[in-house]
Design a protein around this ligand. Structure first.
Ligand SMILES: Nc1nc2c(ncn2[C@@H]2O[C@H](COP(=O)(O)OP(=O)(O)OP(=O)(O)O)[C@@H](O)[C@H]2O)c(=O)[nH]1
Ligand SMILES: [Mg+2]
Length: 394
């Protein structure tokens, strides 16, 4: 072999060895130089991590309930973030479900927007939990322990009375009727989550539960939408509450309002809650396992007084008041109705119900994995018709 050929073989050998070493040691180098990635350029397939895989974002359609949907191009700006966080309350035993929910919302939304995460628990998260969950996001993530007084049944609750009520609810087959921990959770979500130290720096939150699904690409920033439109509360599913869990809640609401009429907002959403001008509650509420909302509203004077009043009655333990009706009633009464928002574009599932976006265009642009025919929106148990009735009166 003559000298130039030997030299070329030597250089080629060096390049191939270097390529092999870099492929093995650098995942990003491996990805960029992979055969499928290189050929995708010729097939005209965009590299999802380098350029946006979707058509340019456009304004979501305007179905009845979305007349005030995101419409400002600024909402699609990935460089400006609202003061907001994604929030999960979970037990260590919820690890797999937490991973599933985080994975989906990261894939559909947060890998593009990078909002921080806060995870809360009344006991310390295990190192296994923290490790497995932390790898799911490139965003800042924090784990907090809920103070004892924010979680457990207060000493002033008459445990004999509470126990009797739990026994009766169990006998009546009321879901979670016998559970104290479920009641702790409902009370915490009603009046304490926004008081957590880790949440003090944030204004908006998106509540995420273990084992929920996000069915569509979320190609706008719901937090920025809330901020720009000064919205207070955003939801995707609305339905009727089990009456047995809130027997005296509406009476408590009426008593509170009689004492504090100044907190009731003009142009409120009372019409969503009642069929008889406020005399009785129609049991409609926003399903709070999904919430995008403004914590300043919960931290404000009206809600603080409202929650303290409800809490003082003990109904979280003597009955089984849920955070969903408590939040919904407050948002509907103490905020003007145009500050509440239905996020049609966000395909969302918490078993057994799914909201699948309405409007062919929204569904297509969202590359939704849900079946619009299965959407809960106009199921008989949904309150969406009541919402539409209210939204039309804007
Ligand atoms: N740390 C902690 N989190 C809880 C506890 N109970 C419930 N949670 C969380 O509180 C949220 C609501 O609880 P769920 O059990 O999902 O209640 P639900 O949505 O009414 O009922 P499901 O139909 O069972 O989902 C979830 O994020 C749970 O992970 C608890 O005892 N400790
Ligand atoms: Mg749940």
């Amino acid at each position: 072999m003559n000298a130039p050929i030997r030299y070329i073989i030597l250089v080629l050998g060096f390049i191939i060895s270097l390529h092999s070493i870099l492929t093995l040691t650098h995942a990003e180098y491996n990805r960029v130089t992979s055969f499928s990635n290189l050929t995708s350029k010729f097939r005209g397939v965009a590299d999802a991590s380098n350029s946006h895989p979707l058509p340019p974002p456009s304004v979501p359609d305007t179905a009845t309930s979305t007349a005030d949907s995101p419409k400002d191009e600024f909402l699609y700006d990935h460089t400006y973030r609202a003061n907001a966080t994604l929030l999960i309350l979970a037990r260590n035993s919820d690890l797999e479900g937490t991973i599933r929910s985080m994975r989906e919302i990261e894939d559909r939304f947060n890998r593009k927007y990078n909002y921080p995460w806060v995870l809360l628990n009344e006991v310390p998260f295990t190192s296994e939990f923290i490790k497995r969950v932390s790898v799911l996001t490139a965003s800042h993530i924090e784990f907090g322990i809920i103070p004892h007084d924010h979680w457990y049944q207060p000493a002033w609750i008459d445990e004999e009375k509470a126990k009797a009520s739990r026994g009766k609810m169990m006998a009546d087959n009321v879901i979670y009727g016998g559970s104290v921990s479920y009641r702790n959770m409902c009370r915490f979500n009603s009046g304490f989550f926004y008081k957590q130290e880790l949440l003090q720096k944030y204004r908006y939150y998106w509540r995420v539960e273990p084992n929920v699904h996000f069915h569509c690409e979320i190609d706008f920033d719901p937090f920025l939408f809330m901020e720009r439109e000064k919205k207070v509360y955003g939801f995707t599913i609305t339905l009727y509450e089990f009456e047995a869990t809130i027997k005296t809640l509406w009476k408590a609401v009426k008593d509170f309002i009689a004492e504090h009429p100044q907190y009731v907002a003009p142009e409120n959403a009372l019409g969503f809650l009642t069929e008889d001008g406020g005399n009785s509650y129609n049991l409609c509420h926003f399903w709070s396992n999904f919430e995008i909302a403004d914590m300043d509203f919960w931290r404000g004077e009206a809600y603080t007084a409202f929650f303290n009043y409800l809490d003082s009655l003990g109904g979280f333990y003597y009955e089984r008041w849920g955070d969903a009706p408590v939040h919904s009633i407050a948002a509907a009464l103490f905020a003007p109705k145009d500050k509440l928002h239905f996020f049609n574009e966000i395909g969302y599932e918490h078993a057994p119900y799914t909201h699948c976006p309405r409007g062919e265009d929204t569904w297509t642009k969202g590359r939704c994995g849900c079946d619009p025919k299965q959407s809960f929106d106009y199921d008989g148990y949904s309150c969406m018709k009541k919402w539409d009735r209210l939204a039309k009166s804007y």
